[in-house]
Every structure is written in C-alpha cells, then in structure tokens.
Design a protein around this ligand. Structure first.
Ligand code: PDD
Length: 287
C-alpha cells in the first residue's frame, strides 16, 4: 500500500484529494511537530512512548494538544483499517491556518494530519554488511529535543550523506557527537555502549530508549554521556537507530573502517535482542 487515505482535522480523504491551505503555519513557518510510529502485525509499536513524546513536543512549542490519546489512537486504528501486516503511521500537528504573522494568532485551530503507509524495511544486506556514514557539522537549532517539522538542516545533512554514497550523516556540535540526520547514534568504545546524553541537543529517540533498555538488561555497560570526535573515530562499533531503520551497524565513517570494518559482536547481540522483542510484541507478550 502506498498512502490511500489521509486524516485531516476529523475527515478521512483519499490521498489524491488531501490538501492543506497555503496559509497553514506548518507550510509558512514549519510551526508544528510530528511523529513516526512503526506498526508490526497491525499493532502500534511503543505507542504510549510516541504519544508522550508528542505531548512533550507540543508543550514545548506552546501548542495545546488538540486531541486525547484515545481519540488519536482511534484515528490510527481507522487508518490501519484492520490490517495485520507491518506499516507506519505519520502524524503531524501544526498550529493551524492564519494570515502570515510570526506571533501566535488568537483562536487558531491546529491542523492534524495522519496517514498510514508501508514500512520500508532496511535492506537485509545493510543489516548483514553494515552501512557507510559521513561526518557533518550539526547546523540545527538548539532545541533538537522537540520533534519539530523544521527539518531543513537535517535534510541538508542527509543529502550530503547521499551525495557521498553514505546512508547517514553523523553530526557533531563543538566537537561533541549529537546524533544522525534522522537517527540516534551508539558507540561501542572500551567495551561500553555510549550514546549522547539527553538534553536539548538530541531527540529523545524511542528506539534509543529500547536499545538502552535491552542492552542494559543484558549486561552491556551503558552510558549516556558527551562523546568526543576522537571516541567516535576510535569506536569498535558504531550503530544508528530509528523507528524505521531499527538498528543498523555503521562500518565505514568518512571512508575509513569502523573497528574491523564489519558489524561487531555487540551489534549481533543487540539486533537479536531487538528482533526477539519485536517477535514478543507481535505475539502480544509485550507492549
Ligand atoms: N526520525 N534523531 C532524529 C533527528 C530523528 O529524526 C529520528 C527519527 C531519531 C530516532 O528517533 P526514533 O527512534 O524515535 O524514531 C533521532 C524519524 C524516523 C523520521 O524523521 O522519519
């Protein structure tokens, strides 16, 4: 399925007819937030985590949540239309439609858009052999903890990676690793699993949280900390994670091998734990 139906402010319309006003502040100012939620076997994966992060993002941009969790979940269910395969939900909420003026307009109704689409899995070849990445300066704003639709800097970083035959851009700000253009990064260094400290510089990734949970529960020492450019270059393993890419090993960085230049033993361990978790989720054993 490509996108069939789009939810816009209470209506379900065929994708070809789905449209938004040019005066929507999402279009004019990127004044909005979004979520991407994977669906496995018809079930919304880590749903409450995504809904909580959405609530957080909305609060940070002073936009009151236009819907309850239950109402938004029933929109997702209707979009999934009883399907029991894998998919993903895209949800975007903007401040709404008003004449262009930077400050918030009074009495504006937020625009809520959601649709279901096929989940594009990472290639098995990428899981088996790993992917290439390039480093790039983090040129984003200082509130990357908000899942904002203002993604131009992320787009430019990912395009740079693409033009350099790489799957992801590894972003640094003042010599410290932040994250990928659209992913969280993990570094295995000195037998420890490191990921960037939470705060305003990174998105609190839902997959990040699960990776940390699985790794820590299975004896890997994990640390959320500042990671230097040198630690990344000396890493034994480097991974990226996101809701749609799951966990992928990065085996080449700026044309040089990461560790042995192939997915390492810790990656093999974490991807097995992740796949097991997904299987239990599909079977309804975990939420
Ligand atoms: N992006 N960091 C950034 C900047 C991201 O855009 C994403 C995901 C992540 C990983 O977050 P999560 O594990 O919650 O998916 C980290 C989504 C998938 C996107 O923009 O399509």
């Amino acid at each position: 399925m490509v996108v069939e139906e789009v939810y816009i402010n209470g209506s379900y319309v065929p994708a070809a007819e789905a449209s938004i006003s040019v005066f929507d502040r999402g279009f004019l100012f990127a004044d909005g937030v979004y979520e991407v939620i994977p669906v496995y076997g018809g079930r919304l994966f880590r749903l409450q985590h995504h809904l909580d992060r959405l609530r957080y993002s909305l609060a940070q941009i002073h936009l009151s949540h236009p819907m309850s969790d239950a109402a938004i979940t029933s929109v997702f269910q209707r979009l999934l239309n009883g399907r029991s395969d894998d998919a993903s939900i895209y949800l975007q909420i903007t401040r709404g439609i008003a004449p262009r003026n930077h400050a918030f307009p009074d009495n504006i109704t937020p625009t809520v858009v959601a649709y279901a689409q096929n989940l594009v899995y990472p290639d098995q070849a990428h899981r088996d052999a790993g992917v290439r990445a390039v480093t790039y300066p983090d040129q984003r704003w200082e509130r990357c903890d908000i899942k904002s639709i203002s993604l131009l800097a992320n787009v430019l970083a990912r395009q740079f990676a693409h033009e350099h035959d790489a799957a992801e851009a590894v972003l640094f700000r003042d010599g410290i690793l932040t994250e990928g253009a659209a992913s969280t990064l993990f570094v295995v260094h000195d037998g420890q699993l490191l990921t960037s400290a939470s705060g305003h510089s990174i998105l609190p990734g839902i997959t990040r949280e699960l990776v940390l949970e699985l790794a820590c529960n299975h004896g890997l020492q994990c640390q959320q900390t500042n990671i230097s450019q040198r630690q990344v270059r000396e890493a034994d393993e480097l991974w990226l994670s996101s809701s749609t890419k799951e966990i992928l090993p990065i085996v080449m960085l700026d044309g040089k091998p990461v560790g042995e230049g192939m997915p390492g033993p810790h990656y093999h361990q974490i991807i097995k734990l992740y796949d097991d978790f997904k299987l239990r989720f599909r079977n309804g054993e975990v939420s």
